[in-house]
Design a protein around this ligand. Structure first.
Ligand code: NAD
Ligand code: TYD
Length: 342
């Protein structure tokens, strides 16, 4: 079994992936490298802190020295890059942070992985690199030209291109995964589904951007993580793997279903000013991935949303400190104690 290095493992998808591979005993050792930005929360992995297979480093993926040091300390078989600035609205306010992590950080990881002879690299990416579809366009395929339209997706597209360019130029073993919108436990409550769930439960307004007609394809994070694990086990170099939920919904429909799941009121819906450059529709064709890896999504939106609503109801101790902002102080204290103990 392999030793894998996951970056961004304290975030939403990274922490769900770490839980998946450790619970399923798919790896011998797992090194998590995370900067602990506002989106990285060690509480997401509290149950694995004492697991002998799990090692944590606080480091920036754009810090070449730190990454080189970690890679020269451990014999890593596969590096999976989940670390990113991930929220489109924040990328409109501060594009530079997105270029630094999503583009420069990816380049730094690729250079370090090559220098330290890491045998395989997997880049976790998004359907947003393809840009926006109109209502009747066919779904994105692996051959669709990249056409990102906001700073988040532009920086992610640049990162993906660097990965495939390194594969082509230097002959490293590398591939890219692209997935549609995820939802599920441990998602930071700035993204549509957790934000709406918490506001719905709390009787607060539900801010729908523009007309609410924009379409996203929703996938439960466990289905995505199972797909990444399939790539880890059977993925081929130079490939792009698509994951989607086969579940295209207009935002307003998602919000109505959340209202139902949370027992809230339609009167809470508040239409607000649209996001600048708001992509209209994303949709993923994942037939090639199904053919090659036998992967399909298993969790229906109805089932996944009900489970997610229940998770947020049951885990107030996770999200309350995030909503109040107190978690940031807790993280520094957690990290200080850990460093002190090391
Ligand atoms: P997230 O924002 O929840 O987590 C990002 C993690 O990366 C955090 O733990 C953060 O601390 C860490 N990080 C940020 N900058 C870093 C840096 N410079 N060095 C080290 N660590 C850093 O994001 P997420 O939703 O879990 O997304 C994970 C990956 O999946 C991203 O690459 C994203 O582009 C991709 N993706 C996300 C979705 C989605 O719907 N959320 C869909 C498809 C693909
Ligand atoms: P988001 O969760 O930010 O994901 P992305 O922009 O990466 O797809 O948003 C999903 C959709 O929901 C997107 O069309 C924007 C919309 N949205 C709202 O209408 N209101 C909100 O408060 C948020 C955060 C998003």
């Amino acid at each position: 079994m392999d030793t894998i290095l996951v970056t961004g493992g304290c975030g939403f998808i990274g922490s769900n992936f770490i839980r998946h591979v450790l619970q399923e005993q798919l790896v011998a050792k797992l090194i998590n490298v995370d900067l602990l930005t506002y989106a990285g929360n060690p509480a997401n992995l509290a149950d694995f802190e004492d697991d002998e297979r799990y090692v944590f480093y606080r480091a920036d993926i754009a810090d070449e020295e730190a990454i080189n040091e970690i890679l020269s300390t451990h014999q890593v078989d596969v590096l999976l890059n989940f670390a990113a600035e991930s929220h489109v609205d924040r990328s409109i306010v501060d594009p530079q942070a997105f270029v630094r992590t999503n583009l420069v950080g990816t380049s730094t990881l690729l250079n370090a992985a090559r220098k330290q002879n890491v045998p395989r690299y997997i880049q976790i990416s998004t359907d947003e690199v393809y840009g926006s579809l109109s209502f009747d366009d066919p779904a994105f395929t692996e051959q669709t030209a990249l056409n990102p339209r906001n700073p988040y997706s532009a920086a992610k597209a640049g990162g993906d291109m660097l990965v495939l360019a390194h594969e082509h130029t230097f002959g490293i073993n590398a591939c890219v995964t692209r997935c549609s919108n995820n939802y599920g436990p441990y998602q930071f409550p700035e993204k549509l589904i957790p934000l709406m769930l918490l506001n719905a439960m709390d009787g607060k307004p539900l801010p729908v951007y523009g007309t609410g007609e924009n379409i996203r394809d929703w996938i439960h994070v466990e289905d995505h993580c199972r797909g990444i694990a399939a790539v880890l086990q059977h993925g081929q170099t130079g490939r792009v793997y698509h994951f989607g939920g086969d579940c295209e919904l207009q935002n307003i429909d998602v919000v109505r279903r959340i209202i139902e799941a949370a027992g809230a009121s339609e009167e809470q819906i508040t239409y607000v000013k649209d996001r600048p450059g708001h992509d209209m529709r994303y949709a993923m064709n994942f037939e090639e991935t199904t053919k090659e890896l036998g992967w399909t999504p298993r969790i229906s939106f109805e089932e996944g949303l009900a489970a997610t609503a229940q998770w947020y109801r049951d885990n107030q101790s996770w999200w309350k400190p995030i909503v109040s902002g107190d978690y940031l102080e807790w993280i520094e204290q957690w990290y200080g104690e850990r460093k002190g103990a090391a």
